[in-house]
Design a protein. Sequence first.
Length: 288
Amino acid sequence: MSAAWSWLRRNALLIYAGIAVLYMLLPIFVIALFSFDQTTFGKLDYTWSGFTLEYWQNAFSQTAVNDAMITSLQLAALATIVSTVIGTLMALALVRYQFRGRGASNLLIILPMATPEIVIGASLLSMFLIYGLDLGLTTLFIAHVMFSISFVVVVVRSRLIGFDRSLEEAAADLGAPPLTTFRTITFPLLAPGIVAAALLAFALSIDDFVISNFNSGTTETFPLYIFGVSLRGIPVQVNVLATLLFLVTVVGIAAVLCPQHRAERMASVRPEPEPQEALRPTSKEIAA
């Protein structure tokens, strides 16, 4: 009994973390599982009817599902590129430069993250209507860039705070111009943070429903399509595409984290210092 209790105390944090991760991933496991179910179109109850690969073999047979997914992917890609560029430049300005209103700018960056999405969606809708913009892909793009920038700034800024500026100073001392220093020193070291920010922006954009629901007009993204068909029956292909999207995301994150982990592990290996006795000259060497 004492041995089991001792083992439980040593591994309590690991067990708790595993349960928390399982709790977060359980809905995704359910979706992946029922993408192999023999259920019929329009069936809303999740009762296992039997295993089949039919819906994976015909994953793209539903035109409406495909159109909604393509719209979401295009919108997320465009919003990610623009928000990552703008957010990275803003993070550089906020961390490396002193200017009037810098503190207020840091506060304003956080506000979109703390504001409820329904408030942001309604505010953006009012702004678009006031300026006479037609609701559609353009308004969705503006809205997604707006709420993604804050997350990009926060992620890249955290990377910049721990940045070793002495590397840039050494490059400048060796005669490298500012553009070369940025291309060869600054950007490669910031790349993991920029990629992480871009992945976060992409995930937020492709997953958004509340803000998109206010500003989509006739444009239908993947979350909006699922909400629209939920009352009359969700096609099983939705589960297949959602599982594929999750797998692609996992592979992308692994492709980013594995080289970063390998580089950190290699950087942590340092040669052992030589013993001080070996560095001291012997009496024969002094006499010589």
